[in-house]
Design a protein around this ligand. Structure first.
Ligand SMILES: Nc1ncnc2c1ncn2[C@@H]1O[C@H](COP(=O)(O)OP(=O)(O)O)[C@@H](O)[C@H]1O
Ligand SMILES: [Mg+2]
Length: 358
């Protein structure tokens, strides 16, 4: 394979202007370094600028401003076919009249490459994505997952410097999606090709990525390893976007290092007195005899875990606790695990951290 490639985006910006001269700032001053040989996800809600970013990296959209580097080479103005990228879309975009073999071979047609070398490369790629048995079939005779494997083989056959995947699993049913997730991860590990994976599905991104870039309205919110994003979100948007069931949020206040939600003392946090938006993940509650009383609404056992839905200050919150901990209890009291109350600025939504060593 080719030398692995770091991809750098410098203040990358795309503003679309429609016929009425209305501007859409689809991507806004994106500064990202995508490390060599890693799989990075661009994650965010629909319309946040993920595809636009990917298309600029591919050369299909011209940036309004900013720069793109592959390694030391600036590619901002380079034609798409000269960038050395492989692209895979949600709709596999295979040629229906060609066999799988012809589809994978197609990108090599205009290259100065010997026929037998090309054929060998097709077989190598087909083996990599595990469809070597299907080479003589037409796309219409394949399942969605198999078609997506062909699309990946076709994207890789020219040995690109960077592999770009735009929601490649969205058209697959749930079971296939899980399976192809693992497959993409495996293929990426085997080829070590720098890969950018676009998805709106946080679970998918969490499970597949070395690091994730979380975007909202064209702006990067945070880039980090999945677990660090989950545990240390820099703002309310990231906290809410990651996690299923989602993080509980409520407006409360801090007085003398105690976190209040109405009359309830939820826990402690060493931040200045005042009002905040707080976030607590369901699994960060625990059954605690010294905790606060809850008026339970609903308790449902999900195997090892028990989901407790309760009300506080007219708001519904959810706690996920160990089933053994609530067995036989008449009344449940809850506390929060140490350090697991997130505080965010009421206005900006930015995280407010505890002072170290106080
Ligand atoms: N070709 C285009 N012309 C005008 N606006 C566009 C175009 N492509 C995307 N947009 C707008 O740019 C924003 C980002 O779109 P997109 O990058 O497709 O989001 P995502 O892939 O995250 O769903 C959206 O508001 C979308 O409507
Ligand atoms: Mg998109």
């Amino acid at each position: 394979m080719n030398r692995i490639m770091e991809v750098r985006l410098q203040k990358l910006t795309k503003v679309f202007v429609d016929k009425q001269k209305k501007e859409t700032r689809a991507v806004d001053r994106l500064d990202v370094v995508i490390p060599d040989g890693k799989l990075i996800s661009l994650l965010g809600p629909s319309g946040c600028g993920k595809s636009t970013t990917l298309f600029m990296i591919a050369g299909l959209h011209k940036p309004t401003s900013g720069k793109i580097f592959f390694g030391d080479e600036e590619v901002t103005k380079l034609a798409p076919e000269k960038r050395g990228i492989g692209l895979v879309f949600q709709n596999y975009a295979l040629y229906p009249h060609m066999t799988v073999r012809q589809n994978i071979l197609f990108p090599l047609e205009n290259m100065a490459i010997k026929r037998e070398d090309a054929e060998a490369r097709v077989l190598e790629m087909a083996t990599l994505v595990d469809i070597q048995e299907l080479l003589e079939r037409k796309p219409g005779q394949l399942s969605g997952g198999q078609q997506q494997r062909v699309a990946i083989a076709r994207a890789l056959v020219k040995k690109p410097r960077v592999l770009l995947l735009d929601e490649p699993l969205s058209n697959l049913d749930a079971r296939l999606r899980l399976q192809m997730r693992e497959e993409i991860k495996r293929i990426q590990r085997e080829t070590k090709i720098t890969t950018i994976f676009v998805t709106h599905d946080q679970e998918e991104a969490m499970s597949i990525s070395d690091e994730m870039v979380v975007m909202d309205t064209g702006v990067m919110q945070q880039m980090d390893k999945p677990q660090d994003l989950y545990n240390y979100p820099v703002n309310l948007f990231v906290a809410k976007f990651l996690g299923n069931p989602p993080i509980n949020t409520f407006e409360g206040f801090v007085k003398s290092n105690k976190v209040y939600f109405g009359d309830i003392v939820v826990g402690s946090k060493k931040i200045p007195d005042g009002k905040y938006t707080f976030g607590i993940r369901p699994e960060d509650f625990r059954v605690d005899p010294n905790g606060f009383n809850i008026s339970t609404r609903e308790v449902s056992h999900i195997g090892r875990d028990t989901m407790i839905t309760f009300h506080a200050e007219d708001q519904e919150l959810r706690a996920l606790v160990d089933s053994d901990d609530v067995k036989g209890l008449k009344e449940i009291k809850l506390g929060v695990k140490a350090g697991k109350i997130h505080a965010f600025d009421l206005e900006t939504g930015d995280v407010v951290k505890e002072k170290e060593g106080v």
